[in-house]
Design a protein around this ligand. Structure first.
Ligand SMILES: C[S@@+](CC[C@H](N)C(=O)[O-])C[C@H]1O[C@@H](n2cnc3c(N)ncnc32)[C@H](O)[C@@H]1O
Length: 273
């Protein structure tokens, strides 16, 4: 009889596996456990339960429970944020470097509520969050309460409003009203939902960038997440979009290892040159 060790050795030789490398077993089942990294490696998560799953008019929304990361928000099969990811929000908002006291802030997207929750702790004058998907907010309010506190419970508070709608349309309205903010946050899905048919995804991202600068004060800042630092091509494409903006902008970057992404992520701070 063939021992399992001998069988493994034969397979390893046939598959040209390096010595010492263990052959992984793909686990099938009802609950998704494999998600791609930014550079398209397959990452296995320790998912043990599906907490929520529904399809909104915009996307497939799942909240999955990971034994080590807590509840995770997955939109259209892509990991967005988990209970473990305070570092993500703190790096996006440059906590400790930017001063939000008495500032006016606009969040594009941000439906998990984490950014709004953390910004409100810094005594801003006013925050408006423009999120297209009501169902994302309902799910996060219920199952990601540790990262959003109670901010998604109601559509407004003492110094904030949450508006359900396409951020591009609301930015158009603000532009026509000459309304200006100190900070605009791009906290949209990696591929934002376009309400109007547009060509390339990069065209749409440039539209978001152009509109953001039209609603920013001259000394205002646009802060956003970019991509995994391993995904250099995509980061370069984003930086190309920044370079085509008029008036000209300058940018700095910051990085953090995000637990639920299991990789290092790059963030951008963009202002007028
Ligand atoms: C969950 S948040 C945060 C993103 C996340 N931290 C990540 O990893 O990319 C992204 C939100 O952007 C919203 N969104 C996408 N396109 C939008 C648009 N055109 N207007 C407003 N919200 C939009 C999505 O509904 C989603 O809730």
């Amino acid at each position: 009889m063939l021992s399992s060790k001998r069988l493994e050795n034969i397979l390893a030789k046939k598959l040209k596996v390096n010595s010492g490398q263990v052959l992984p077993t793909l686990k099938r089942g009802d609950v998704a456990r494999y998600f791609p990294s930014s550079d398209e490696r397959i990452i296995e998560y320790d998912i043990d339960a599906m907490v929520f799953e529904e399809r909104s008019p915009f996307q497939k929304i799942q909240i999955l429970h990971s034994k080590t990361l807590g509840n995770m928000l997955v939109l259209d099969e892509l990991q967005n944020i988990a209970e473990s990811d305070l570092i993500y929000t703190e790096t996006l908002m440059c906590r400790g470097t930017e001063n939000y006291e008495d500032k006016e802030i606009c969040i594009l997207g941000g439906g998990d509520g984490a950014l709004l929750y953390e910004l409100l702790k810094e005594n801003p004058k006013y925050v408006v969050m423009l999120e297209i998907d009501e169902l994302v907010m309902q799910a996060c309010n219920k199952y990601l309460n540790t990262i959003c506190g109670g901010v998604l419970e109601k559509r407004n508070g003492k110094n904030y409003d949450i508006i359900v709608g396409d951020c591009v349309q609301y930015m158009k309205k603000y532009i026509s009203e000459h309304r200006k903010f100190d900070y605009v946050f791009g906290d949209l899905t990696d591929i934002p939902i376009s309400g109007t048919p547009v060509g390339e995804i990069w065209d749409f991202i440039r539209t978001i960038l152009e509109s953001s600068f039209k609603i920013l004060k001259s000394d205002g800042k646009f802060l956003t997440h970019g991509n995994g630092t391993a995904c250099t091509e995509s980061l370069e494409l984003f930086e190309d979009q920044l370079r085509t903006l008029r008036p000209k902008v300058k940018f700095t970057t910051s990085k953090a290892f995000v637990p639920s992404f299991m990789e290092e992520w790059q963030f951008y701070q963009v202002s007028l040159a």
